[in-house]
Design a protein around this ligand. Structure first.
Ligand code: PHE
Length: 353
């Protein structure tokens, strides 16, 4: 299928391709849905095999932001951007500047911040060119990656409890020790959970989990085979697919990665195997919610409480899925669609100013 047909099918409002010959910037900004507010989502930097892969990632991730905002009751729409390239080699100041200027020209229709491969220091570079970024540098007051980790921790706590387990002693297999995965590992360790397996494609990032969190390292591909209570994906998307799901020896999957299911049917596959999947966009809303602190709407305690409420929300979804014998993603999607439908209706009913 051609890539813009995919965008059509997913219902995107706009897809913008950026190219700047002087800096070598190549990026894609996907605006999925602005019903609830300006399109909001992080900027990711990664190597993609082809341009189509990059566009597809932006399309999927921006749609996830629409759903994430709807479930978290954030006044934001769904958007996401990807910059093509290896963050370790290709992330030049010139490219970040060119990118940020393009965001500024969009006039606030898209608002962005850190994501995989882009950290708050990079956002600080962008912030000199545009107002439409959040979490520039550490001085923004809260650590957005840590708030994301807090939401995941509370989701693991509630999922464990749903399974009759306590967080202390729960066996976790952790995939990805980046900005969020690392902070989650530390929080899990502090709460008494056991990191029975951990991996990262970058060896040095995984290493620090051994010293700091007592983790046992495994090769990246072996993480799917580890016997554990919770498998926690915190890196790339589409890790739950027809190849990996039959291998899993986990009771539940709860992690921060966006777009964990390779396709919706994988949610059914997990359900058929009796593995509880906590829907990713519900679990990982802490980063998005942290905007409320930066915007002055919630103080430090307030934002922490709001992020912690992700746990009980996950719990409710798991309970109602169990009551109806449905996979949890079906319940979460239903709530998101319903909120979006109601908001669209309310917008239509409002007379034009
Ligand atoms: N990157 C975060 C996510 O994937 C969202 C985010 C947007 C964070 C804007 C900070 C600023 O959910």
């Amino acid at each position: 299928m051609r890539i813009l047909d995919v965008a059509h099918e997913m219902g995107h409002e706009e897809v913008i391709v950026l190219h700047d010959a002087a800096s070598g910037l190549r990026a894609v900004v996907a605006i999925h849905d602005t019903t609830l507010g300006p399109a909001t989502g992080g900027t990711r930097m990664r190597l993609y095999p082809t341009m189509d892969d990059a566009v597809l990632d932006a399309l999927r991730l921006s749609r996830a932001m629409t759903f994430k905002a709807a479930l978290a009751e954030m006044p934001t729409g769904g958007g996401k951007a990807v910059i093509l390239g290896d963050p370790a080699r290709d992330k030049t100041r010139q490219r970040l500047v060119a990118y940020a200027r393009a965001i500024e020209r969009m006039g606030g229709r898209f608002h962005t911040g850190p994501d995989m491969g882009i950290d708050p220091r990079d956002v600080a570079v962008m912030a000199r060119q545009t107002k439409h970024v959040s979490h520039a540098g550490a001085q923004s007051g809260v650590d957005t990656a840590d708030l994301t980790a807090l939401g995941v921790l509370e989701s693991i706590r509630q999922t464990a409890d749903f399974l009759g387990l306590e967080l202390a002693g729960v066996r976790v297999a952790l995939q990805g020790a980046g900005q969020v995965g690392y902070r989650l590992a530390k929080r899990l360790h502090a709460a008494g959970a056991r990191l029975v397996a951990a991996c990262d494609r970058e060896g040095a990032r995984a290493e620090r989990l051994v010293d700091e969190c007592g983790a046992t390292l495994v090769e990246p591909d072996a993480i799917y085979d580890v016997e554990c209570d919770v498998f926690s994906p915190n890196a790339a998307g589409a890790v739950l697919n027809s190849e990996t799901i039959p291998r899993l020896r986990a009771k539940a999957v709860v992690g921060a990665a966006n777009e964990q299911l390779s396709m919706a049917e994988d949610g059914d596959r997990l359900h058929e195997r009796g593995i509880v999947w906590a829907p990713d966009y519900v679990v990982n809303a802490g980063g998005l919610l942290s905007l409320l602190h930066e915007r002055g709407e919630l103080d430090e305690d307030g934002i922490r409480e709001r992020v912690k409420a992700i746990g009980p929300r996950v719990r409710e979804i798991l309970e109602s899925a169990a009551d109806d014998d449905l996979p949890p993603h079906v319940i979460a999607d239903r709530i998101a669609h319903e909120r979006l439908r109601a908001a669209r209706e309310a917008k239509r009913a409002r007379p034009l100013a």
